[in-house]
Design a protein around this ligand. Structure first.
Ligand SMILES: Nc1ncnc2c1ncn2[C@@H]1O[C@H](COP(=O)(O)OP(=O)(O)OP(=O)(O)O)[C@@H](O)[C@H]1O
Length: 248
């Protein structure tokens, strides 16, 4: 069987307190006082087996902190699993943390080229594509300006324009369907609709059940890092909503 994405027994542990990175002084003091303890580790994804076929449109739902974004980051290769294996066939356009990979000192044009190279395209090809990317992002006048001079909405527009220009095999979306101002949002929606018609594999994380129900064939419900249920969109959404109302 052809597979676009395959996860075998994937688990991920992360440190729950990241004190060392944000409060170095306090960490050193507690260390000197002999009170330092290793930050606790938490199991974020627990033994996930998953097969996604090319062209499937998959929704991922579940409560806050259940591991949805983490699962996407593993599939994109931003995070590595502690155990198990993640296999992906084809190039991925991750529309998560738009613009997080930009170098703010470099120009918009240089960032377009670097970002594309990071996604596996050649410099030459990215140079050719840059005009269309700048046009879509409506940033033609900023080509030579450093990214730090853009507003946050403009930066997100640039990230969206690059990631969706490269015509990916797999598109990863973490509730970033609305980027920028109203007119740009409409452009994003249109581009997304084209992707949906296409044979691209799509993974969409959202808390908006209507959106998931309308746009996905299959849904994964995550609960505390485990797959609680996977199946036809309507059935999984109903079970999830029932479980939430029963808790209240
Ligand atoms: N950088 C990090 N370091 C350590 N733990 C993290 C980090 N980011 C997230 N976590 C933890 O991983 C778990 C899953 O987080 P994740 O962001 O994947 O959840 P989610 O299902 O996407 O939540 P939400 O619906 O709130 O976006 C949470 O317990 C969270 O505290």
């Amino acid at each position: 069987m052809v597979e676009a994405i395959r996860l075998d027994r994937v688990s991920l542990w992360r440190r729950t307190q990241e004190e060392f990175s944000y409060d170095l002084k306090r960490t050193l003091l507690t260390f000197l006082e002999g009170k330092y303890r290793q930050p606790a580790k938490k199991l974020i994804l627990d033994n996930i087996d998953l097969v996604i076929k090319p062209g499937e449109k998959i929704g991922i739902i579940g409560p806050n902190g259940s591991g949805k974004s983490t699962l996407l980051k593993l599939i994109c290769g931003i995070l590595k699993p502690t155990s198990g294996s993640v296999k992906v066939k084809g190039n991925i356009a991750p529309l998560i943390e738009l613009g997080a990979g930009f170098d703010s000192e470099l120009s918009v044009l240089d960032n377009i080229i670097f970002y594309g190279v990071m996604l596996g395209f050649s410099r030459q090809e990215m140079r050719k594509r840059s005009d269309l990317i700048l046009k879509f992002a409506e940033l033609e006048d900023y080509a030579l300006a450093p990214v730090k001079s853009l507003s946050s909405g403009m930066t997100a527009r640039l990230g969206f324009a690059i990631a969706t220009d490269v015509q990916p095999d797999i598109l990863i979306l973490d509730e970033v369907l609305s980027v920028g101002d109203e007119s740009f949002k409409n452009k994003c929606k249109q581009r997304m609709e084209e992707f949906w018609q296409d044979h691209i594999t799509i993974l969409l994380v959202s808390h908006t059940m209507d959106l998931i129900g309308k746009s996905c064939d299959k849904v994964i419900w995550l609960e505390k890092g485990k797959i609680q249920l996977i199946g036809q969109a309507d059935e999984v959404i109903d079970s999830y909503l029932n479980s939430v109302t029963n808790k209240v």
